[in-house]
Design a protein around this ligand. Sequence first.
Ligand SMILES: [Zn+2]
Length: 246
Amino acid sequence: MVEIGAGYGRLADLYEGYDRVVLVDPAESQLREAQRRLGRGGRYVYVVGDAYRLPLSTNAFDLALTVRVLHHLSDVPAGFREIHRILRPQGRYVLEYANKRNLKEVLRYLIRRSKRDPFSSQPVEYAPLHFNFHPSYIERGLREARFSVETALAVSSLRLNLFKRVLPGWLLVRADGFLQSPTAPLRLAPSMFLLARAEKEGPASKGLFRCPECGHEELEETGHSLHCSPCGRSWPIEDGLYIFVA
Ligand SMILES: [Zn+2]
């Protein structure tokens, strides 16, 4: 499996069932932190790379995840196409997105406390490189990238100051868990999780890496780097980190 935007590996403890876990992030410092926590070698592979040009083989993964990551992508459809490429046929994609059409924003807009229209389908950039999305924008992007959505969960529906003031945290967590599945079809929670399946055919890949520069998928490992013969680039391996950024 692969987590894209894995940061310091905050979710890695949940990945017990997988033989090989690839953690991708653009920030080397975050992956160093993950490596300190999770150890070198073993089942974890640390990859410094770009979400739009993943240095990973086509048809290689059973599962891909992006949690609190789409939030920072200005071109989500391109991200979806790239994730679809690296998944095996029928591979699964778990994603989370910040929903601009959440109940609180809708109410604020209706009583004119907010000028941001939660019903328009375009993403809203409420701070530099921080985007909230309309559910139809995300689901259209998934369909166009040839994913089909299998399940949805509505998360953090009770993330409101009033509830936080009057109810204990454990009760909010329990209540949130109880609401996640039944309220998901409404798509009104501030955070939505989707499980999608990659519709595609073709043989599964044996390799793991792909040159992000030219797309060649058979890189030669020379000890300290991965060499791509068609384009001549060498991608360094530094203290257990595969580095695919210039
Ligand atoms: Zn190359």
